[in-house]
Design a protein. Structure first.
Length: 234
């Protein structure tokens, strides 16, 4: 379970995350919805210990990320699919990550199969399309067979077939009892993919709501979005 408790992050006079409190539960896909610049990526960075909160807590299983034993086995993250060494092959990239995190090397082949990259595993990643890079980033997130997945805009660069594939994959992972937290600025995509939504604007919580109820109340939530974001829609 992910818990955000009055989570706040300020950069000088700018408040990126403002008193954010919510709980992300296992067994369902939770969409983290908001316009670009709403504070979604900052929140994920705080959860992963890549930045420190000004105030409040970002907890995974009741602990800060840095206090988790073997964190790669507990939490898988996709923040930037371009964060890889272009001179390596996909297989070498994942092998390096597995060795660094003491993950069995058999997982490399398993996740390459899972994300549909087995046939290009020995190609240099510099030759990968944006969509292939997203699949490789997802493979890296799944490498430790984690209980928790944090994914930032995972459908970027995917063709329609790839988008449908990732929707199915995320639902399957949630049905296995994992906590799946997916950020997006696309309301239409999250309405299809997610079971539950955490909606933010300007770093503040706008709604913590089931997707079906969100769809029923879409007009009023869009109005609230515009008020919070100063006219920037999602």
């Amino acid at each position: 379970m992910i818990e955000l408790r009055q989570l706040t992050k300020r950069y000088g006079r700018t408040t990126a995350v403002d008193g954010l409190t919510c709980t992300v539960r296992p067994g369902r896909v939770t969409g983290f919805l908001g316009p670009n610049g709403a504070g979604k990526s900052t929140t994920l960075r705080l959860l992963l210990g890549l930045d420190r909160p000004t105030r409040g807590d970002a907890l995974i299983g009741g602990k800060r990320y840095r206090d988790l034993p073997e964190p790669a086995r507990h939490v898988g993250a996709l923040l930037d699919a371009g964060a890889r060494q272009d001179g390596r092959t996909a297989r070498n990239h994942l092998t390096w990550l597995a060795r660094a995190s003491r993950i069995p090397l058999r997982r490399v082949g398993e996740v390459l199969d899972l994300v549909g990259l087995a046939d290009v595993a020995d190609r240099r990643t510099r030759t990968f399309s944006l969509g292939m890079g997203q699949r490789l980033g997802l493979a890296a997130a799944l490498l430790g067979d984690p209980e928790v997945l944090l994914l930032d805009e995972p459908v970027n660069g995917l063709d329609p077939e790839g988008v449908r594939w990732i929707r199915t994959l995320l639902r399957d992972l949630a049905q296995e009892g994992r906590t799946v937290f997916v950020s997006s600025h696309l309301m239409s995509e999250m309405a299809i993919t997610a079971d539950h939504l955490v909606v933010i604007g300007r770093g503040r919580l706008l709604a913590d709501i089931g997707t079906a109820e969100f769809v029923d109340r879409a007009d009023s939530l869009e109005d609230a979005f515009f008020r919070l974001t100063g006219g920037t829609g999602a």
